[in-house]
Design a protein around this ligand. Structure first.
Ligand SMILES: NC(=O)c1ccc[n+]([C@@H]2O[C@H](COP(=O)([O-])OP(=O)(O)OC[C@H]3O[C@@H](n4cnc5c(N)ncnc54)[C@H](OP(=O)(O)O)[C@@H]3O)[C@@H](O)[C@H]2O)c1
Length: 259
């Protein structure tokens, strides 16, 4: 698949890792569909990409709504002329053990992190098959590879993302469609700030303690994940499918707390 003139849909691109992905793809010459619920932030991301000379549109969408995923893929094709790369980035997290997780939290986590990702991927493959090429990159998590106390719904959802990645890669390898995932570790976004706030205590001290437990001794920026997503979606990764790339400062290489 040539990397020229691609149309890229990035879900959850109003902020954080998704915003960084939208800016990286847009900066590299791709036409980007920015998507999320927050209209002002979405428009600001589009404005920034256009100001840098890129092409972008914004689609306000709540991925929990029935039919929203199929409609988003159709809107992307209609407004930008195709769909060559889908970045399934939108995700939510609740910090709770099994007994403290409500039915609503469980179902919402699955609705955004798993169901929407599947519906979007299915719709994207139908479009990409007709084009004879395509790439899907799912933003999973290191917590999809390993368990994490107090995050059962999130960990279960990200484990499912990795299995969807593997199965869809096998199903569609012969269609010219590659499906891969990234597994971010600790990336400094709103999501991490919320996890640390949930712990209580001093936010700065919590952040320093978190960094101290990572082999590279720091959190990553969203851009460091975005470039890995860009690589997996590019021709440079033309023989890579059905796998994940850890972007975690070395966390996944350790068997326990890093000294
Ligand atoms: N930060 C980390 O350390 C880390 C680590 C591992 C994996 N991840 C994964 O990376 C991805 C991005 O996370 P982040 O850290 O960048 O978090 P974030 O800043 O909270 O961004 C989450 C994005 O998801 C979108 N979103 C959430 N619910 C949605 C819904 N119902 N409909 C449409 N969009 C929705 C949000 O957009 P709106 O608010 O505009 O709807 C936002 O753009 C997630 O899948 C997360 O699980 C993050």
């Amino acid at each position: 698949m040539s990397d020229d003139r691609r149309v890229v849909l990035v879900t959850g691109s109003t902020t954080g890792i998704g915003e960084a992905c939208a800016r990286v793809f847009g900066g590299c010459g791709d036409a980007v569909m920015v998507a999320g619920r927050h209209v002002a932030r979405g428009r600001a991301v589009v404005d920034a990409i256009r100001a840098a000379g890129g092409r972008a549109e914004f689609a306000p969408v709540d991925l929990r709504v029935a039919g929203a995923c199929d409609a988003l893929v159709a809107e992307t094709v209609a407004r930008l002329g195709g769909l060559h790369v889908l970045v399934n980035n939108a995700g939510i997290l609740y910090s709770a053990s099994a007994v403290d997780t409500t039915d609503e939290q469980w179902l919402e986590t699955m609705a955004v992190n798993v169901n929407a990702l599947f519906y979007l991927s299915r719709a994207a493959v139908r479009q990409m098959r007709g084009q004879g090429r395509g790439a899907i990159v799912n933003v999973a998590s290191e917590w999809g590879l390993n368990g994490e106390p107090n995050h059962v719904a999130y960990c279960a959802s990200k484990g499912a993302v990795l299995q969807i990645t593997r199965c869809m890669a096998l199903d569609h390898a012969r269609d010219g469609i590659r499906v891969n995932a990234v597994c971010p570790g600790e990336i400094h976004t709103r999501m991490v700030d919320e996890i640390l706030a949930h712990k209580g205590g001093d936010a700065g001290e919590n952040l320093r303690a978190l960094a101290a437990g990572i082999p590279m001794r720091r959190l990553a920026s969203p851009e460091e994940v975005a470039w890995c997503v860009h690589f997996l979606a590019s021709e440079r990764a033309s023989y890579v499918t059905g796998t994940h790339l850890s972007v975690d400062g070395g966390n996944d290489a350790t068997a326990g707390p890093y000294p």
